[in-house]
Ligand binder design. Structure first.
Ligand code: NAD
Ligand code: UDP
Length: 327
C-alpha cells in the first residue's frame, strides 16, 4: 500500500500570492503536497491566499527574493516577479534585481538542497519577434535599453543563470516561457489587457485600445497553464526546456475588446490611445516542442476562459463597492 508520505512533497512557490502562483498553490495542495508560499506582496495580495489561511499544509512567508532564502524543501517553483508592464516599470531597477538576484538566490537554495527548480520565464525573451509563431530556437529581438528591458533582459539573464547552474552544478532545471495568461485573481488595476478591458466594460468606462488594435496576442487560461507547470516539473530530468507554454490561438487586441464588450453586454465605447514604446506587434507560441515532450496543450477556448474571468471580476468589483453597468 502506498502511504501518502511517500508521494507528499514540501514545495516552495516564490511569488505564490500573485495571480498564477496562487492557482498553482491551490493545485499543489489539491495533489496532497505541503506548500510554502514566499512573497513580498509587491503585486500579489493576501486576498489571493486568504482561503488557505487555516490549511494545515500551507504556510506563508513574507520575504523578498533579492535576499537569500533558507528553508528545507523538495521542489522550487520560482515565480516571484511583477508581470504587468505597469507594475514592472514602476521600479525597473528592482524588477531586474528580482529576476536576476532572485534567480541566483533560488538557484543557490536548489543547489544546496539538490532539488528540482522551475523558472517562470516569459515570451518577452523573444521581444518584438521577427519569427512568427515563436519557436524556442528563436533568439529574439529585444531592445536592451528600453522601458520593457528591465523585465525582458532580467528574464533573459535568469534563463542564462538557470542553464549555467545546470552545466556547472548539474542542477535539474525546468525553464518555461509563458505567453500571455489570464483568469480569475488577476489584479483588477494591473493594467494588463484582459483585466483592463473587463473592468472597463463592467464599470461602463471607455475601453482603452492602444495603437490601432491590430497587434496580436495569444491568451492562455490559467488552469491550462498550471497543468503545464506540473507536467513540466514531473518530467524526466533531461527535459530542461526552455519550453513555450501558451495557447496558440491568436487574436488582435481589437478583437479582444469587441469580444469583451459583447460578452459583458457593455455599452462602453472603444477609445484609441498611443501604443506604448516597444509594444510587440505579434505574439503566438509554437507549442510543438511542449506537445511532443510533455504531451501538454491548452484546452480552454478564449470565450470559455473569459466567461470565468468576467464572473470573477463581477463579484470582486461588486464586493469592492463599484456600481456595475453591464449585464
Ligand atoms: P503577479 O504580479 O500576479 O505575481 C508575481 C508575484 O511575485 C506577486 O505576488 C508579487 O508580490 C511577487 N513578487 C514580486 N517581486 C518579488 C520579490 N522581489 N520577492 C518576493 N516576491 C515578489 O504576476 P503573475 O502573472 O502571477 O506572474 C507570475 C510569474 O509568471 C512572473 O514571474 C511572471 O514574469 C511570469 N509570467 C507571467 C505571464 C502572464 O501572462 N501572467 C506571462 C509570462 C510570464
Ligand atoms: N493594451 C491595450 N489596452 C490596455 C492595456 C493593454 O490596448 O488597456 C495592449 C498593449 O498595448 C499590448 C496588449 O494589449 O499590445 C497586451 O498588453 P499587456 O499589458 O496585457 O501584455 P504584454 O503582452 O504587452 O506584456
Amino acid at each position: 500500500m502506498t502511504r501518502l508520505y511517500d508521494s507528499r512533497k514540501r514545495i516552495l512557490v516564490t511569488g505564490g500570492a500573485g495571480f498564477i502562483g496562487s492557482h498553482l498553490i491551490d493545485r499543489l495542495l489539491g495533489l496532497g503536497h505541503e506548500v510554502l508560499c514566499l512573497d513580498n506582496l509587491f503585486t500579489g495580495t493576501k486576498r489571493n491566499i486568504d482561503h488557505l489561511h487555516n490549511h494545515s499544509r500551507f504556510e506563508f512567508l513574507r520575504h523578498d527574493v533579492t535576499f537569500p532564502m533558507y528553508m528545507e524543501v523538495d521542489e522550487i517553483y520560482n515565480l516571484a516577479c511583477p508581470a504587468s508592464p505597469v507594475h514592472y516599470q514602476h521600479d525597473p531597477v528592482q524588477t531586474t534585481k528580482t529576476s536576476v538576484h532572485g534567480a541566483i538566490n533560488a538557484l543557490g537554495l536548489a543547489k544546496r538542497l539538490k532539488c528540482k527548480i522551475f523558472q517562470a520565464s516569459t515570451s518577452e525573451v523573444y521581444g518584438d519577434p521577427h519569427v512568427h509563431p515563436q519557436p524556442e530556437g528563436y533568439w529574439g529581438n529585444v531592445n536592451p535599453i528600453g522601458p520593457r528591458s528591465c523585465y525582458d533582459e532580467g528574464k533573459r539573464c535568469a534563463e542564462t543563470l538557470f542553464f549555467d547552474y545546470r552545466r556547472q552544478h548539474n542542477l535539474e532545471i525546468k525553464v518555461a516561457r509563458i505567453f500571455n495568461t489570464y483568469g480569475p485573481r488577476m489584479h483588477h488595476a494591473d493594467g494588463r489587457v484582459v483585466s483592463n478591458f473587463i473592468v472597463q466594460a463592467l464599470t461602463g468606462v471607455p475601453i482603452t485600445l492602444f495603437g490601432d488594435g491590430s497587434q496580436t496576442r495569444s491568451f492562455c487560461y490559467v488552469d491550462d497553464l498550471v497543468s503545464g507547470f506540473i507536467a513540466f516539473m514531473d518530467s524526466e530530468p533531461e527535459v530542461a526546456g526552455p519550453l513555450n507554454l501558451g495557447n496558440p490561438s491568436e487574436f488582435t487586441i481589437k478583437e479582444l475588446a469587441e469580444k469583451v464588450i459583447e460578452m459583458t453586454g457593455s455599452r462602453s465605447e472603444i477609445i484609441y490611445e498611443t501604443l506604448p514604446q516597444d509594444d510587440p506587434k505579434q505574439r503566438r507560441p509554437d507549442i510543438s516542442a511542449v506537445k511532443e515532450q510533455l504531451g501538454w496543450e491548452p484546452k480552454t477556448e478564449l470565450e470559455e476562459g473569459l466567461g470565468y474571468t468576467i464572473d470573477h471580476f463581477r463579484s470582486l468589483l461588486t464586493e469592492m463597492g463599484y456600481e456595475l453597468t453591464a449585464l
